[in-house]
Design a protein around this ligand. Sequence first.
Ligand code: S3P
Length: 158
Amino acid sequence: MRLVLIGPPAAGKSRIGKRVARLLGLPFIDTDSLVVAAHGPISDIFATHGEPHFRSLERAEVVKALSADAVVSFGGGAVLDAETQHDLARHPVVLLTVQPHAVLSRLGNGKRPLVADVESWIALYEKRRDLYERLADHTVDTSDRPTDQLAAEIADWA
Ligand code: S3P
C-alpha cells in the first residue's frame, strides 16, 4: 500500500483519491465501493443489519485494501476500528478535512445514512476529530480548492 486517505464524509476522499492514484500511476481502491460491490448499498446494510454489521464488513475490505499496492480511500468511519487504527501506523496517511460551509453542496445524494444534514455532519466530525488527527501524517483542507491542485499536492507529498 502506498497511501491511505482518511477523513469525514464529504471531504472528497474518493474524488481526490482517484486523481492522486492517476498521478502516481497506481490503482485506486475505495473501501465503500468494495463493501457495496460485495454486499449492496450502504444505506440498505445500515437499515437491515445495523452499523456494527456494516463495520465488520468494512473492516474485512480494509484488510484487503491495505494489502494492495494502491491509493486507498477509507469510508469516513473505517478508522473507528481499533485494529485498523493499529494497522494504519505502518502506512502513510493523509487526512482530508473540509469546513462546514463546503459540506452542504456535497451532501444530499442519500447514500450516507449517518449524515443527513450539516448539523449531523458537524456532530460526527467533532466526535472523531482527535482520532483523525492522531492517525494522520499529513493534513489537507479540501474546502475551497480545485481537485487537480489538491491531488497534485498530495501526490508530491506521497
Ligand atoms: C460513514 C461514511 C461513509 C460510509 C458510511 C459510514 C461514516 O463513507 O462508509 O456511510 O461513518 O463516516 P464516506 O466517508 O465516503 O461518505
